[in-house]
Write a protein that binds this ligand. Sequence first.
Ligand SMILES: [Zn+2]
Ligand SMILES: [Zn+2]
Length: 476
Amino acid sequence: MPPRKSLRNQSTAVVESSVTRSTTSKTSGTAKVGSKTRATKRKAIEPSPEPELTLREEVETKPSKRRKAVAKEEIEEEHLVAEELEAAVVPKKPRATKAKAKAKPEDAIPLAERTAVATLKKAMRIGAHVSSAGGVHNSITNAVHIGANAFALFLKSQRKWQNPPMTAEARDGFRNLSKTHKFEVHHHCLPHGSYLVNLAQAEKEKADQAYGAFLDDLQRCESLGVRLYNFHPGNTNGDARESAIGRIAAQLNKAHKATKTVVTVLENMAGQGNVVGSTFEDLRDIIALIDDKSRVGVCIDTCHAFAAGYDLRSPETFAATMAKFDEVVGSKYLRALHLNDSKAPFASHRDLHANIGTGFLGLRAFHNVMNFDTVVELPMVLETPIDRPGPDGKTVEDKQVWADEIKLLESLIGMDASSAEFAALEEKLQAQGASERAKIQDQVDRKGAKDAKKASAKPRGKKKKKAQEDSDDDSD
Ligand SMILES: [Zn+2]
Ligand SMILES: [Zn+2]
């Protein structure tokens, strides 16, 4: 890493290094990130309030260029991680935060106007997981910036146990801005929980730590007037599934009693092995143990569902999957959606988000979602990749991607899927994602062949296979 020469270099380094972050903990990951960028990571995380202030401005003052033939080589499995790191480097000085919030250029130039939901044929609330760097109130401005009618955010750093309390300024700012911009945050805001928290944790000390962080998030929701809170159910760590599910439910019951209104929303997962929540049955079994059923719900992530073996691609398979969800879990528990295409093929159990229409799900799957009455008015959140190489080869976020995807999804409402217009869109997007799909398909095929070999070998290989499964790339 060359020495930082200017603010511009520095800020891009922060973004870039955040992207590196998620890949370092993954063993089966496919992303190859140079050690050069990895080395910058620590530096970037070190709190140094002054330069960080400029991070967002630096990135966003740059006029966002339209998505081109995106070089996606290095950005898989890294969705949302920039936000996490930004949250980790939140400036501590309230004065600085205020200045930052006010100076945001995005206030003036939105990348897209928000669509009046009343003008849509169905009231679909589409948005993205936006940054809350500098304080939760900034998430509202960031949502408005991309024309979002729903949004997700992290309430604090996602990879740290210790976090400063939310400031009164951030809280009041959030409440005021949500009024100004007419965001019904109790319906259309879906904070995402910490990746560190595992409510299935069996060890007392660790379980208490997880519960503390979880409860703190729920309390933050309530102080913001936010009703829904999305989180990953947990991991058995090799223990019996039934006991793990029992522990998750017990933690949830306790958290519900300690709070008043917030609804804890379980996210379906892509993985297998020790991951809890990749089957509808897991979600059902957790909900069955919840005392107050009005305090629990489900968020379906389209990429995770598909990777877990629930097909959504054709109108028929989509209907069958949603009927299955209704039968096993109950549609009334569906409170939100994560809208992500999948770079990995069906039932591959890999969590690799792709841009809408470019993955193995394809545009037809999203046409199915956009015309499905059950999801009307639910918050729908994009967690698609927006990183792309900047002019100097470093990764920058292109929020225009989300602004465009929101409009694309809205355009699918009521669109005739047999029309030439739809076919042209579908073809264009599939072509954009072709090389990436081929790459991941190849990986999945190789792994399948390897696993088959191991399975036919002696028990020696068995342990290894399991470890590999468990390390699969779930991230958000
Ligand atoms: Zn994911
Ligand atoms: Zn998630």
